[in-house]
Write a protein that binds this ligand. Structure first.
Ligand code: GDP
Length: 534
């Protein structure tokens, strides 16, 4: 493999200009506001406020359900493409609600970098940490934006320390805030020796930018009050001594994150962050696959499904599979191999999501996200190629943390319920387990709100009333290992065995003690909390 890497050809310019990333943050840190400003500066929307309505809709449960019903909205927001300078940004949306973390995890397999947004007053919060850990599993490069600097925020060193200690990643300041709260006047752009001054009067205007010739430039005095300037000089000197410089290699390996300070709502610091993504945010990366890795510059097209959204139009039962292109130059009408089924598929009506509008994708390149409408052939984890039998790896499926038994409101409709549940399982919205003994289905999710959304969707999309009831089980583990050992284990534990929607064996239990016992008594059987989707 090393040889192949050493002989890599240069990326075609169309691929080299692509930046595909997601934003991770704790609710309320400012993800929606930042997204909106990205789109604004990317020329994709004319006015701030167009994305806002969606962000606010997430706040309440009922609105959230309404949004889920109104599939159009969430779909067009799943992946947004826009141009910034000579770059093409693909921003992949991570669902904001903590209940949908599994979806979020999978989304992160489709990006080359993540923007971590933190609130300057709150620092690293629980959801940030969780999402960060997932990025770390993939050594995903992370760029940090410390938001809401127009408010009273923590001391800059304290924020940096907290990120370093809490997340075990080195931090390098790309900018440095001057003043805080009402005294916040802007930032010193460390990377380009510039002073960026905030304009509070006009929230959509870009800040005034003044070229500075180092920290002793007399121009600084004209713009920064003496007390703040002294503090700035002192802090920057200390930062230079204590904090590492921006090493692009460490950033790429995910061990160092540059941090920008700003205020998304005031459009402040956003362009600097976008320039940072353009300059340091990685180009489309090599994709892990079996039996070999996929290089983005390969002329042949390949891609994988990381998300499926079903029933966007309840009348038609259509689905859209979101595909991240791993290599090549895709053109509409191409015939691709669906590796799992070994069947060819002609991609006649792929869609791309240019800001708010869905558009037919005439062409796309490695790094882009396209939506492929289909009737259920495409599942999460599937690979599409121009003929080679490659399988993208590393798309995880997590053990659900909450299990409930699903029952049809009308017992005669049990078969219909099974069909509906299987469809949601394929979509990745829930895990569905069929116990080997007894009837009914056990549905597993990662967050409690998912049961409500599922019940409402089953009723709306299939006209089936459904009840979720407490299950006797609380944990699920996938079973693998030596075939004979697994057989013996399954036979001895029939009451605990179920099959998931792919037919894989699952062990259900209510006690950690049971799991420990299996580990002890069946050394050749492996119980895992995640399984890779293939
Ligand atoms: P999300 O939940 O992460 O998408 O956060 P939002 O973008 O919806 O922002 C949450 C709240 O913080 C909203 O009321 C925003 O108006 C506010 N907000 C966002 N950015 C800033 C900022 O830079 N300064 C201040 N003061 N408030 C902000």
């Amino acid at each position: 493999m090393l040889d192949a890497l050493e002989n890599r050809t240069a990326l075609p310019p169309e691929i080299a200009r692509r930046r595909t990333f997601a934003i991770i943050s704790h609710p309320d840190a400012g993800k929606t506001t930042l997204t909106e400003k990205f789109l604004l500066f990317g020329g994709a929307i004319q006015m701030a406020g167009q994305v806002r309505a969606k962000g606010e809709a997430r706040r309440t449960r009922s609105d959230f359900m309404q949004m889920e019903k109104d599939r159009g909205i969430s779909v067009s927001a799943s992946a947004m493409s826009f141009d910034y300078k000579q770059f093409r940004f693909n921003l992949v949306d991570t669902p904001g609600h903590s209940d949908f973390s599994e979806d979020t995890y999978r989304t992160l397999t489709a990006v080359d970098a993540a923007i971590m947004v933190i609130d300057g007053a709150k620092g690293v919060e629980s959801q940030t940490r969780k999402l960060f850990e997932v990025c770390r599993l993939r050594d995903l490069p992370i760029l940090t934006f410390c938001n809401k600097m127009d408010r009273e925020s923590r001391d800059t060193f304290e924020i940096i320390d907290e990120i370093q200690e809490n997340l075990a990643i080195d931090v390098t300041p790309a900018s440095w805030p001057i003043g805080t709260g009402r005294d916040f006047i802007g930032c010193y752009d460390i990377l380009r020796d510039r002073l960026e001054l905030i304009d509070r009067a006009d929230r959509n205007r870009v800040a005034e930018s003044i070229e500075i010739n180092g920290l002793s430039d007399p121009k600084l005095k004209q713009h920064v009050p003496a007390a703040l300037l002294e503090k700035l000089q002192e802090e920057l000197e200390m930062a230079r001594e204590l904090l590492p410089p921006l090493d692009p290699k460490a950033l790429l390996e995910g061990t160092l994150t540059p941090i920008w300070f700003g205020s998304a709502i005031n459009s402040f610091g956003v362009r600097e962050l976008m320039d940072g993504i353009a300059t340091y945010g990685p180009v489309p990366q090599i994709q892990k696959a079996q039996p070999r890795e996929i290089l983005p510059e390969e002329p042949k097209v390949s891609g994988f499904v990381f998300k499926v959204q079903a029933n966007m139009d309840p009348k038609h039962r259509d689905r859209v599979a979101f595909v991240r292109l791993a290599s090549g130059h895709f053109e509409r009408g191409m015939k691709l191999l669906h590796v799992r089924s070994k069947k060819p598929m002609t991609i006649t009506n792929p869609v791309m999501f240019l800001a708010a509008d869905r558009e037919l994708a005439e062409e796309a390149w490695a790094g882009d996200i396209i939506g492929i409408p289909n009737h259920g052939q495409l599942r999460i984890g599937d690979t599409l190629t121009e003929g080679e039998e490659l399988r993208v790896t590393g798309i995880p499926s997590f053990a659900p943390e909450l299990l409930q038994t699903a029952r049809a409101g009308d017992p005669l409709k049990a078969k219909h319920l099974e069909k509906a549940l299987m469809q949601f399982a394929e979509e990745g919205a829930a895990k569905v387990f069929k116990p080997d003994i007894g009837s009914g289905f056990i549905v597993g999710v990662v967050g409690a709100l998912q049961f409500e959304v599922l019940a409402s969707r089953i009723e709306l999309e299939y006209g089936l009333p459904v009840r979720f009831e407490p299950s006797q089980f609380t944990s699920a583990r996938w079973v693998s290992g030596d075939r004979l050992a697994v057989e013996k284990f399954v036979n001895a534990n029939k009451q605990h065995i179920a099959h998931d929607n792919d037919g894989d064996i699952v062990y259900l239990t209510r006690l950690q003690w049971d799991i420990d016992r299996v580990v002890r008594d069946y050394p050749d059987v492996k119980l895992t909390a995640t399984k890779e989707m293939m």
